[in-house]
Write a protein that binds this ligand. Structure first.
Ligand SMILES: Nc1ncnc2c1ncn2[C@@H]1O[C@H](COP(=O)(O)OP(=O)(O)O)[C@@H](O)[C@H]1O
Ligand SMILES: [Mg+2]
Length: 635
């Protein structure tokens, strides 16, 4: 066994430096954080060759006194922590006192700094951890830190650096995060002489986001502001229609520090569930503020990982903050009209014998903040399902009040026969509203609340007049599919089943057959009673009540899915099954529906606040009267 040596200071410095400074971007992070801690309001970072040969960070912060300058470069020298107690409530970004020592150990450093009270500034030069010069300098209040030739004395590290552009991009990413974390500071980033970022520093997060991500991203944001159990959450989230292909634009800031937090990420995505297309991810710039004592940032030298004393309040605050913003702020997208075109003469013009009737509906205002109340409202325990033979046989009244409301609308329908030329009296509409508005809802301005069914286009899009200012087009399949999907989720594990009078046999490929046999329990959970019938065939004895037709097709499709997704999680598979049942059971585009059925659908849609189909496509779009009138040249 070789003899044990105590490493000399130089070698141990290099080893320790490696933990903090891995690449130019990690030096940039430390230097920018120092400027923030110094109280600066304007910061410039400038790099050449990806920061490998040159990085200069200038701030107008408090500066470092002459006496303190050499000390700042000692390991574990910090002005931010004095005692063990301080470690339990860190409010600054730095606290380990390692960054300057580490950077100076692996590069050539030059520092210019002056505090407000000093007449002369300090010019300090240090390389490879050795002081080279310390003298007077005339300079502005604040600090300029120059780092040259990173890893010049550690060739092994140098070899691991990537191309300049990759290193430069990493520095840009760090600068973006700091700029989003501190909109009150103006950040300027110069890359090989070109300005790549300049935030105004006006304290407005949206302005910082605009500077970092541009116009298109900023236009598709919803504001978030929420507080729950002492956890504050604010910032912006992307509209579901503007979601992204990956998570790279999910930014979380904890007490002003950019962090990677799985808890926050899961809470965010959970809140978007059902609003996003498959394979899409939300984007966000969300600030979270918790008590400094309830979080440990001293987990890793790069301080990007944090440990919460208790994850639950953070999860809940983020979840409810996002859910509330989505419920309140995410209005249907506007239908944009192009320049008016001269109308082509239609080949034939069909005049219905009876003009479409108009049915007055009462719009239910959006749900209040509490998403638990929202969930509860959607949840139903009603397992006695009346099976009616019409297109909407699956419309299951899910509460007493709803039964009444549907009955009311049915009454209206009776008053309102095909031959009746009159619209129903407005008071019948308010009867509906009385039963519709239940506890979890807030009352809204009467004038905006009325909905009038105008009719249906292409047997697909329900057209509703909303108040006096908007026309809403609703995709009836998408809306109905979402309702059924929510119902299935609410009934999870207890999906009402209908036994078939004559069981159906389905022949499958070998792969599908074995996948189905492995998943009989899962199928039972989704309401299917399936048995092995031998020889690649299964026997379907029961199906979810919702599913009325093409049982063979449904089972074949399920078998195909199960064979291809053997390794998926059970919950994922069950969710897919719910989607599948809902999609099959929902009214189809092109199906004929009565006015009453359409009215019922709209009532339920309002009541359940349905905005997206289970695949994340929007359920309705809005055409503003203003835009229409503009096209007609009325305004
Ligand atoms: N830009 C700056 N402006 C003012 N003081 C600074 C600046 N950069 C570093 N310092 C001082 O140098 C000390 C050491 O910095 P650093 O090694 O990054 O450790 P830490 O930030 O963890 O305290 C800081 O505590 C601070 O007092
Ligand atoms: Mg620091």
């Amino acid at each position: 066994m070789p003899k044990i040596n105590v490493l000399d200071k130089h070698v141990s410095e290099l080893i320790a430096a490696g933990e903090v400074v891995e690449r130019p971007a990690s030096a940039a992070k430390e230097l920018l954080e120092n400027t923030i801690d110094s109280g600066a309001t304007a910061v410039t970072i400038e790099i050449k060759h990806g920061g490998v040969t040159f990085m200069r960070v200038t701030d107008n912060g408090c500066g470092i006194t002459r006496e303190d300058v050499p000390r700042a470069f000692l390991r574990h020298a910090t002005s931010k922590v004095c005692s063990q107690d301080d470690l339990a409530k860190i409010s600054t970004l730095g606290f380990r006192g390692e960054a300057l020592a580490s950077i100076a150990a692996v590069s050539h450093v030059e520092l210019l700094t002056r505090t407000r009270d000093e007449l002369a500034g300090t010019h300090y030069v240090i390389a490879g951890g050795e002081e080279i010069a310390c003298d007077d300098a005339g300079c502005a209040e604040g600090t300029t830190f120059v780092m040259r030739d990173i890893f010049y004395n550690t060739p092994a590290r140098m070899k691991f650096l990537k191309k300049d552009v990759t290193e430069g991009n990493a520095v840009a990413g760090i600068t973006d995060h700091e700029a989003l974390a501190h909109p009150e500071i103006s950040f300027r980033f110069l890359r090989d002489g070109r300005e790549a970022l300049h935030t105004p520093g006006d304290g407005k997060l949206k302005d910082a986001i605009f500077a970092v991500y541009g116009r298109e991203f900023t236009q598709a944001l919803l504001p978030v502001r929420y507080e729950l159990n002492g956890v504050k959450v604010w910032g912006f989230i992307s509209k579901p229609v503007a979601s992204r292909a990956n998570r790279s634009m999910q930014n979380f800031f904890l007490n002003g520090r950019y962090v990677k937090s799985r808890t926050a990420m899961v809470a965010l995505e959970e809140a978007y569930k059902g609003c996003l297309m498959v394979g899409k991810f939300p984007a966000c710039v969300l600030h979270i503020k918790v008590n400094f004592a309830s979080v440990d940032v001293n987990v890793h030298p790069n301080k990007m990982e944090v440990r919460f004393m208790n994850e639950k309040p953070v999860f809940e605050a983020v979840y409810h903050a996002v859910k509330t913003a989505l419920q309140q702020e995410d209005a249907p997208s506007l239908l944009k009209l192009k320049e008016a075109q001269p109308m082509r003469k239609p080949a034939s013009f069909h005049v219905p014998a009876v003009m479409p009737e108009q049915i007055m509906l009462q719009k239910t205002p959006p749900a209040v903040h509490d998403s638990a109340a929202f969930e509860q409202n959607v949840v139903s325990n009603d397992s006695k399902i009346p099976v009616k033979q019409n297109t909407f046989q699956n419309e299951i009244p899910n509460s007493e009040s709803e039964k009444t409301s549907l009955k009311n609308s049915e009454c209206k329908a009776e008053n309102f026969t095909e031959n009746s030329p009159q619209a129903p009296a407005p008071n019948s509409a308010s009867q509906v509203s009385d039963t519709e508005v239940s506890a979890p809802y807030v009352q809204q301005n009467e004038a905006d609340a009325s909905l009038k069914l105008v009719g249906e286009a292409f047997d697909t899009y329900i057209i509703v007049e909303q108040g006096n200012e908007e026309l809403r087009f609703i995709d009836k399949h998408a809306a109905h599919e979402r309702m059924l999907y929510e119902k299935l989720r609410a009934q999870s594990g207890n999906i009402p089943q209908q036994m078939l009078l004559s069981p159906v046999t389905v022949t499958l490929s070998k792969d599908e057959y074995s996948a189905v046999l492995q998943s009989l329990d899962l199928l039972a959970q989704a309401g299917y009673a399936v048995e092995d019938f031998g020889d690649g065939t299964v026997l379907v004895r029961g199906v979810p009540v919702m599913l009325q037709e093409n049982i063979e097709g449904a089972v074949e499709e399920i078998a195909g899915y199960l064979a291809e997704n053997r390794t998926s999680l059970m919950t994922e598979k069950l969710d897919w099954l719910y989607h599948n049942i809902a999609c099959r059971a929902a009214v189809k585009a092109g199906d004929t529906s009565t006015q009453m059925e359409l009215a019922q659908l709209v009532i339920r849609m309002e009541k359940e606040d349905i905005r997206y189909c289970p695949h994340g496509r929007p359920v309705s779009i809005v055409l503003r009267r203003k835009d229409l009138e503009h096209q007609f040249g009325r305004i």
